[in-house]
Design a protein around this ligand. Structure first.
Ligand code: PLP
Length: 431
């Protein structure tokens, strides 16, 4: 807050396509898609007109005890895009809530089943995992900087190492480690399966943890252990969903189907808040029965807001015609290599159109910059001088553009970062 008070905030008044426009009329390329949500650019004709059309019908009615066409259609469309078993959609209005709901559903699923299953009350989650900011999801979060102060308020969960190969917790090499970190999950399951309700993770990329891109096979292996030991698999695709990793959902790339899927952020194309927790008929059935015993007591005022749902429908329609993303991903990959030899760039991690550039004080030893030095922030402030908006995660520069980004705009981002790195570290040699 002190830093913010001392700064001159940028005030965005308008936006067009991939650009944000401030109150002085200056244009900035939206390199983080307005916090990883915007997929088709701002002021997209189809999404705008879907929202306007919906306003003319109704802007909001409750979804508690009533229903309305837009969320019904959106739920139907979502299930058409998803594997058959993911057939039941529970709406909410932000990513944290989508995950809170998944935790509560998975916990209650075992309670509703009764008998020995009621002992399954614990969760397994990954270090560096981020699932939002409410107390339940902070309990299964794994980022000390954000989460440690709240520890006295949190419920216990089992944390396993994440496959952060650049800084492997087991000091192994990903080429021949046989996914040691995934195998450890089996050890926990073997010992404690009778008390574990679910494992929750972000598939393929742990986003807020520093764009930690998982090695191939990690997700698949975890999903196999979940199936073998009777642990529900919750995948949090709040950040990775909707095309940004190169497939509509990240789990598709490893042929995995979760028991519960959490989506939010780009569900409306980045226009209005809406989220969903999607699960199977098998789980749904455990919630049928006596009102006082089986009901899932969870509902928010703006759940399934029709305007947000209308934006979601328009967004999903746009995914039907996606063609050029694969080529953009390749171009992005090539452009990122231009930053590789810079003295303070330790690691570059990319999956689809998500990238994280980890800055280090010493390339050889991988020594981190002290967090107080705010090097990521300083580089992003410099990048802004070149008309590009980026937001770092600690020492990691993050790029998550809209899918509508043009190749020349990707180059503009990389050129801006290169220049900003040179300016920020001017006179420093690096090791
Ligand atoms: N889960 C993941 C993977 C996220 O990246 C985020 C936000 O960045 C959330 C959950 C929380 O979403 P929200 O900020 O909408 O509550």
């Amino acid at each position: 807050m002190s830093e913010w008070l001392a700064s001159e905030p940028l005030i965005i008044e308008k936006a067009e396509g991939n650009y944000l426009i401030d109150i002085e009329g200056r244009r900035y390329l939206d390199g983080v898609s307005s916090l990883w949500v915007n997929r088709w650019g701002h002021n997209n004709r189809e999404i705008n007109s879907a929202i306007v059309k919906q306003i003319e019908n109704v802007s909001h009615t409750t979804f508690l005890g009533l229903s309305s066409p837009a969320p019904i259609i959106l739920a139907k469309m979502l299930t058409e895009f998803l594997p058959k078993s993911l057939s039941k959609v529970f709406f909410s209005d932000n990513g944290s809530t989508a995950v809170e709901v998944a935790l509560k559903i998975s916990f209650q699923y075992w309670q509703n089943k009764g008998g020995k299953a009621t002992k399954k009350t614990k969760f397994v989650s990954l270090k560096y995992g981020y699932h939002g900011d409410t107390i339940g999801v902070v309990s299964i979060g794994g980022i000390d900087l954000f989460h440690k102060i709240y520890r006295p308020l949190l419920f216990e969960s089992y944390k396993v190492e994440s496959p952060y190969c650049y800084r492997c917790a087991y000091s192994l090499n990903p080429i021949d480690c046989d996914l040691r970190c995934a195998n450890y999950v089996e050890e926990i399951f073997a010992e404690r399966k009778s008390e574990i309700a679910a494992l929750i993770m972000e598939p393929l990329v742990q986003a807020a943890g520093g764009i930690i891109v998982h090695p191939k096979g990690f997700l698949k292996r975890i999903s196999e252990f979940c199936a073998e030991y009777g642990v529900l698999l919750i995948l949090d695709e709040v950040a990775t969903g909707f095309g940004i990793t190169g497939s509509l959902f990240a789990f598709e790339q490893e042929n995995v189907i979760p028991d519960i899927l959490c989506i939010a952020k780009a569900l409306s194309g980045g226009y209005l808040p809406i989220a969903a927790t999607i699960t199977s008929e098998k789980i749904f059935r455990e919630f049928l029965g006596l009102y006082s015993e089986k009901t899932f007591f969870h509902g928010h005022t703006y759940t399934a807001n029709p305007l947000a749902a209308a934006a979601g429908i328009a967004n999903l329609k746009l995914f039907r015609n996606v063609t050029k993303i694969k080529k953009k991903i390749l171009v992005f990959q090539q452009l990122l290599t231009r930053l590789k030899n810079f003295p303070f760039v330790g690691d570059i991690r990319q999956k689809g159109l998500i990238a994280g550039i980890e800055l280090v004080a010493n390339k050889e030893t991988k020594e981190e910059f002290p967090i107080e030095e705010r090097v990521g922030h300083k580089v992003c402030m410099k990048v802004r001088e070149k008309g590009v908006i980026l937001r770092p995660l600690g020492n990691v520069i993050v790029i998550i553009p809209p899918l509508s980004i043009k190749e020349v705009e990707l180059k503009k981002i990389i050129d801006a970062i290169r220049w900003a790195l040179e300016e920020t570290f001017k006179g420093l040699k690096g090791k």
